[in-house]
Design a protein around this ligand. Sequence first.
Ligand code: 5GP
Length: 199
Amino acid sequence: MSPTANGRLIVFAGPSGSGKTTVARAILERHPDMVFSVSATTRSPRPGEEEGKNYFFLSKDEFQSRLANDEFIEWQRVYDDLYGSLKKAVEVHLNCGTSVVFDIDVRGALTIKGKYGPRAILIFVRPPSFETLKSRLRERDTEGPEELRKRLERAAMELEKAGEFDYIISNDILTEAIAQADAVVSAVVANASAPPVSR
Ligand code: 5GP
C-alpha cells in the first residue's frame, strides 16, 4: 500500500496499576491485523521478558545515540529509566496501512497526538479511584515503599492529564474495560465515529 495508507496509532496510557497493559494486549489478541509498538528502554529485563518482544533493551549510551540520530517518535524518562517508541518500527507498518498499538506513558501519548493528529487515537485507562490504584499497587507487591511512592506521585500527575485524551475507560471490571476499548478501536478502524465512553 502507499505511504498515505490509513494505519492508525492506537495509544493506551494511564497510571501504573490501571491495567492498561492488559487492556492493550487484549486488543491485540482481538485484532490480529494490528501490531504492537515494541519500545526501547534502558531498564533491565524483568523475569520472562524477551528482547524484541516486550522491549528492545538498550544501554544508556545506545539509547542516547539513537536519540541523537532522531530515531524516536517520542521518548520520556519514566522513574529512573528512558523509554521511547522507535520511528522505524512504527512507520513501516503505518505506511502499509497496518494500525499500531502503543502501551506508553501519558506524556509520550500526548507527544504522539501532537505529531500525528487525528491518525492517533488516545485511550486513557484509569482506575475507578485513586484508593483502588493504591491498593492494587500494594497488592501487586512488586515495588518497595520508595518505588510505590514514586508510582503514586506519577499517577496523580497522569490522572490530571486524562481530559486531554480522546477516550477515557474506567477499569473497574477488566472484561468491561476490554469490551469498551474494543468498541472504540473497532469503530476507529472501521472509520466510523467511536461510541461515547463514560468519563
Ligand atoms: P515498565 O518499566 O513498567 O514496563 O514501564 C514503565 C512506564 O513506561 C509505563 O507507564 C509504560 O507504559 C511506559 N513506557 C513503556 N514504553 C514507553 C515508550 O516507548 N514511551 C513512553 N513515553 N513510555 C513508555
